[in-house]
Design a protein around this ligand. Structure first.
Ligand code: CMC
Length: 434
């Protein structure tokens, strides 16, 4: 049963009484039974707009990509449960699924993988772009700028006619861009990608290899990275995806739209939280390891501290991605031999928070960022690169939404309204009289 069928078959309406007149608006129902009121004709018929700061009650589009039930802790890409994809799939397969709607056939996956492998190189002139950045720069703005700058090398994409080539270039070059941003920051030579390595292994080699000796990534580490990328791959209309859609709605090209998404992801209330989780855990460790003290600070309204990696706009129960990562955490730590002190502090924080009235009442549970940072750290990924890893994973989701937006028969430039609260009309005051 598709969304359209259910919407058309539904006869429920919302009645609105305003200014002595009656208006009715249709109720639309999605394929999982989520209902919303269609207010497309609200302003033209009543003169009213809606006011919904943070868009907590507003649907911005119809989408067939990802389904989340935040109360039940359900996440599905194109109908497939995240738990199953995490166990059985691979990042490139999931990328195809999100972008094109179905799991790829063997041939489709082989061709896609081949194309990705052969588009990983950056134009040689691009090296100077990274060299121009300060070594201390955070890699997120470096990556956002580099992705925007891809348009200058591939100007055909500016017309958005050949999205397939732009898609392949973006997914292929993102790990190269991310590793160049890192290599520049530590003063090591850039490592060229190699076509005989799989996606994650290639990235790990470009990050941690040097021209002085061969670098063989541990397959367990590469697998853990693949899992993290799958879990980050899409999350419906979050802040960065909505940004990609809004920028794309002006008919900005794919690179420009994704670059904006990377910038939106950087904020610490969104993807930047994974970096802040580790900084929080390290701070607790430095201060003697008292989880209780930090919990008390997070609850104190006069203290700006929040329990990073906890709470979610949509999930009001355990984030299913956090459950998967919690299990993976112990495996990765055991394999890498990295101290589990931070994991212990994290688990202690979680245990306290899950039984604390403040967190229980507000339905605050661990989100994907709570355990991902611990795994990234164990994999040897530097802390300021955590959000870049999130961006690499989210790339196919952003692309899928950009494609869906551009194929939407109801396509419109995004342009919200406002309730103006400034001064009413007044006369200009000459400077001598002010
Ligand atoms: N620690 C302490 N209190 C919290 C937390 C937290 N992590 N999160 C929410 N609250 C409190 C908040 O103070 C408020 O309390 P009150 O009702 O007394 O004013 C209540 O819970 C509701 O919070 P909110 O900020 O209104 O909820 P929101 O839906 O606007 O925000 C959030 C969601 C994710 C921004 C927020 O929970 C948060 O700041 N969490 C920490 C940052 C974080 O982990 N972000 C990653 C999100 S998951 C990855 C992603 O998708 O980007």
């Amino acid at each position: 049963m598709n969304t359209e069928t259910m919407t058309q078959g539904n006869t429920d309406k919302i009645e609105l009484n305003y200014g002595g007149r009656e208006f009715s608006f249709p109720v639309v129902v999605g394929s999982e039974g989520e209902a919303g009121v269609d207010i497309a004709k609200l302003r033209s018929s009543t003169g009213l707009i809606t006011l919904d700061p943070g868009y907590a009650n507003s649907g911005s589009c119809r989408s067939a990509i990802t389904f989340i039930d935040g109360d039940k802790g359900i996440l599905r890409y194109r109908g497939y449960p995240i738990e199953e994809l995490a166990m059985k799939s691979s990042f490139l397969e999931v990328a195809w699924l999100l972008m094109y709607g179905e799991l790829p056939t063997k041939d489709q996956l082989a061709t896609f993988t081949h194309e990705i492998t052969r588009h990983t190189l950056l134009h040689e002139d691009f090296r100077r772009f990274f060299e121009a950045m300060p070594k201390a720069a955070h890699p997120m703005p470096v990556c956002a700028s580099a992705v925007a700058a891809l348009t200058t090398f591939y100007q055909d994409a500016a017309e958005a006619k050949d999205s397939r080539t732009s898609i392949v270039r973006l997914i292929a070059k993102m790990p190269t861009i991310a590793s160049y941003a890192y290599k520049h920051s530590i003063g090591q030579p850039f490592m060229y990608p190699r076509n005989d390595r799989a996606y994650e292994a290639n990235f790990l080699r470009m990050m941690f290899g040097t021209p002085c000796e061969e670098y063989e990534p541990d397959p367990v580490i590469a697998k853990a990275l693949d899992l993290l990328l799958i879990l980050h791959a899409d999350h419906e209309q979050n802040c960065s995806t909505s940004t990609v859609r809004l920028v794309g709605s002006s008919k900005a090209n794919l690179y420009a739209s994704i670059s904006a998404g990377i910038s939106a992801l950087w904020g610490h209330l969104h993807g930047g939280a994974n970096q802040q989780v580790i900084e929080m855990l390290e701070q607790i460790e430095t201060e003697g390891g008292s989880a209780d003290h930090f919990i008390a600070r997070a609850k104190d309204k006069n203290d700006t501290a929040r329990l990073m990696g906890f709470g979610h706009r949509v999930y009001k129960s355990y984030d299913p991605r956090a459950s998967i990562l919690k299990k993976t955490c112990s495996d990765v730590l055991a394999r890498t031999g990295v101290s589990s002190k931070l994991l212990e502090i994290g688990m202690r924080l979680e245990e306290i928070a899950l039984h604390d009235e403040y967190f229980v009442q507000r339905r605050l549970y661990p989100n994907v960022d709570f355990y991902s940072g611990i795994i990234y750290k164990a994999l040897g990924i530097p802390v300021n690169m955590f959000t870049v890893m999130f961006a690499m994973g989210r790339l196919p989701g952003w692309i899928a939404h950009w494609l869906e937006l551009n194929a939407d028969p109801d396509f419109k430039i995004g342009r919200p309204r406002q309730i103006y609260t400034g001064s009413p009309k007044r006369a200009y005051v000459p400077i001598a009289s002010r």
